[in-house]
Design a protein around this ligand. Structure first.
Ligand code: ZN
Length: 336
């Protein structure tokens, strides 16, 4: 049984009211809402981020035999879809954060350099996209150093941000938080404050917080959620972005702005989500649904989102929070 508080009831009633108010007007592909920044609460920010990996590295494909030819194929697709994203960002003069798998520095050097030269932040998404569950703390430290060094050599810029593959910093892998700080990272964006079969730390704050480890910890920028009916719905990107109408995400952003202090929301996408023509991986029906739902309309939906909102890079949000560290909530992610 989930705990129910007066605040929960109030939030649920507000959300239901907002649902009713919004649903009849939800023409999601038309960017009709005023830019969020014009009505935004002081200091509110929306971070736009991308997890850059070839499609075959996704968790749903774990265990599949992928040939070298398939790897090369998905590498080529990654180039095209990432350049499409860069082009869209350029049109809207938006700077974003790209969490890049370190191993991509071997085949996609130019692409990563293009991101950095365009003013985007290049951050780490591990070396080869292995979840933390299968690593020891020392193995994680090596993986982290390898990806950070490789990305810094390619871009000539310091890597200060990290996102674990499949949001795999959970309660049992929270030892990673101190290691991130020790290795020179300034923020992490791996703790999803939701119930989910693959990831999540239910009960973690929805806004930026200090993720405390045994030796200090690190600033955490969690993916955006929508609080409704005593639960956090994970609407910050991925399948939720493709499955749910865009007004869900817009409502979530407004709710974060109202309810979270500091009011910072994190969105995340993957280049392969904008590639409807790619060869689909032979995954089971449930994974097929999760992976490919809505992929045909994701480009148009993404364009509408870019036109209706203002964004910052994660490092900008982290810098802005640096002077407000004392107001951040503290959360011990490793607690049972
Ligand atoms: Zn990933």
């Amino acid at each position: 049984m989930l705990p129910v508080s007066a605040e929960d009831i109030d939030v649920a009633q507000t959300s239901i009211k907002e649902w009713r108010q919004d649903a009849p007007h939800a023409r999601e592909e038309v960017a009709s809402e005023a830019p969020a920044a014009s009505e935004a609460r002081q200091g509110s920010q929306v971070v736009l981020s991308f997890d850059v990996e070839e499609h075959y590295r996704i968790e749903a494909a774990a265990g599949l035999e992928i040939s070298e030819a398939q790897k090369a194929y998905y590498g080529d697709r990654l180039e095209v879809s990432t350049r499409w994203i860069l082009d869209q960002l350029d049109r809207h003069e938006i700077k974003a954060t790209f969490f890049v798998v370190g191993e991509l520095t071997r085949r996609h050097t130019k692409l990563i350099r293009t991101m950095a030269r365009a003013g985007h932040e290049v951050a780490s998404h591990s070396w080869e996209h292995r979840r933390l569950h299968s690593m020891t703390p020392e193995g994680f430290r090596d993986d982290l150093r390898k990806s950070k060094d490789a990305l810094e050599q390619v871009t000539g810029q310091e890597v200060v941000g990290y996102r674990a593959p499949t949001f795999s910093i959970v309660r049992q892998t929270a030892w990673a938080l101190d290691i991130l700080a020790e290795e020179g990272f300034e923020y992490d964006s791996s703790i999803y404050p939701v119930w989910h079969d693959r990831y999540g730390v239910p009960g973690a704050p929805r806004g930026p917080f200090w993720a405390k480890g045994a030796n200090g910890g690190i600033l955490e920028l969690p993916p955006a959620t929508w609080r409704v009916l005593w639960n956090n719905v994970p609407v910050g990107g991925g399948g939720y972005f493709r499955l749910l109408p865009l007004w869900f995400m817009r409502r979530a952003l407004k709710q974060v702005e109202k309810m979270c202090d500091p009011p910072v929301a994190m969105l995340y996408f993957h280049p392969w989500e904008f590639d409807p023509g790619q060869e689909q991986l032979p995954v089971g029906w449930m994974n097929r649904l999760r992976t490919y739902v809505g992929i045909d309309r994701s480009r148009e939906r993404f364009k509408a989102l870019l036109a209706s909102c203002q964004f910052v890079r994660a490092m900008d949000a982290a810098n802005a929070l640096d002077s407000r560290r004392e107001v951040l909530a503290t959360f011990v992610a490793g607690q049972a």
